[in-house]
Design a protein around this ligand. Structure first.
Ligand SMILES: Cc1ncc(C[n+]2csc(CCOP(=O)(O)OP(=O)(O)O)c2C)c(N)n1
Ligand SMILES: [Mg+2]
Length: 350
């Protein structure tokens, strides 16, 4: 599928530059915190992936749905989570958007349409189809976009979702952030077909490959896919070629790739591409430096606030989960341990 890439207004590109920087600075701050041992659990940053989220978020409407992977901090910010709430969440603090109980791999913000990131490779893809189906059943114009990595392409559930989404013409956008690696394994070692956008063609789906480091290309592709979804023309698959500049996760020793490969990729990373575009439009260096300083300060302040946020109270442990302690049971930890299957009876009565 061929697409035209119209030039976006300079003001829009400036907004996108600010958001991309905000994401980059936040990821750098989080990586530094992880190195100091301040973050529990696995943390995957999206350094180098920014344009995929920023371009897509600008192309969609409020009310549209998104699901994504454990590498989802960039989607969180682009879809409207405040940096302070994001940083506090990753640090496990009560000021996080999920009171510190979701952490890095579970970015969620239903009020912004972000219906969840997921630690299980490809699990968020059928969730995206469910949201698209709900929109269609209610006769709404909402589309859903589901982000996943190149490594998710071979999961069985991906192919089940390709089939049903194409068959039912669901208003769903499949967006593959192809960063060329699944954990430590390069795509060329695992894939029988390296052009990943060819996989969904077997299911009769429209698909395209774009430069995922170029916000204008991402914006154009997602706009077209959303238009097709709203018009009842069914799903579209977008393969955005990108590159993760940091390790698979915090602490990755990166012995599987060379320094020179990473250096080469830096010439075409999203912030560099967008900065060059803005300079070519006549925006002066001083304006860009001011945005760079402002976002740096904004994230520093957010980090200071987030790291002063208290740890969640122990009473929060079993709140917002699917098992309900008995009302008069006292300490929730004891009630769960003692209640066994009784809780399902209580839940059934609700
Ligand atoms: C079903 C399942 N299998 C294996 C894993 C372990 N795992 C975590 S991330 C990952 C690699 C996924 O690579 P890709 O889809 O390309 O996403 P990326 O991390 O590059 O963004 C794997 C295999 C998992 N989380 N879920
Ligand atoms: Mg990958």
């Amino acid at each position: 599928m061929e697409i035209e890439i119209p030039a976006l207004p300079t003001e829009t590109l400036l907004e996108m530059y600010r958001m991309s920087l905000r994401i980059r600075r936040m990821e750098e701050v989080l990586l530094a915190a992880a190195e100091k041992g301040e973050i529990g659990g696995a943390m995957h940053t999206a350094i180098g992936h920014e344009a995929n989220a920023v371009g897509a978020a600008h192309a969609l409407r409020p009310g549209d749905y998104i699901t994504c992977t454990y590498r989802g901090h960039h989607h969180g910010l682009a879809w409207g989570i405040e940096p302070v709430e994001a940083i506090a969440e990753v640090m496990g603090r009560s000021g996080g958007f999920a009171k510190g109980k979701g952490g890095s791999m579970h970015f969620v913000s239903p009020e912004h349409g972000l219906m969840g990131s997921n630690g299980i490779v490809a699990a968020q893809v059928p969730h995206g189809a469910g949201l698209a189906l709900a929109s269609w059943l209610r006769g709404e114009e909402r589309v859903a976009i589901t982000f996943f990595g190149d490594g998710a392409i071979y999961q069985g559930v991906m192919h089940e979702t390709f089939n049903i989404a194409a068959k039912w013409k669901l208003p769903l956008i499949f967006y593959c952030e192809n960063n060329r690696y699944s954990e430590m394994t390069p795509t060329w070692r695992t894939s029988s077909v390296e052009q990943l956008y060819l996989f969904p063609r077997g299911y009769g789906m429209e698909s395209m490959q774009i430069d995922g480091n170029d916000v204008e290309a991402v914006h154009a592709a997602v706009s077209l896919a959303a238009e097709r979804g709203r018009a009842g023309s069914g799903p579209t698959f977008i393969e955005g070629i990108t590159y993760r500049l940091a390790g698979h996760m915090a602490g990755d020793l990166e012995t599987y790739r060379t320094e020179s490969e990473i250096e080469e990729q830096k010439a075409h990373e999203p912030l560099a591409v967008l900065r060059r575009k803005l300079l070519a439009r006549g925006v002066d260096e001083a304006q860009l430096s001011a945005i760079e300083e402002e976002t740096g300060r904004e994230i520093e302040e957010a980090e200071a606030l987030a790291s002063n946020s208290p740890w969640p109270d122990i009473a929060e442990t079993y709140r917002d989960v699917y098992v309900y302690p008995k009302k008069d049971a006292g300490d929730p930890r004891l009630s769960i341990a003692q209640s066994g299957n009784d809780v399902s009876e209580e839940r059934n009565q609700r």
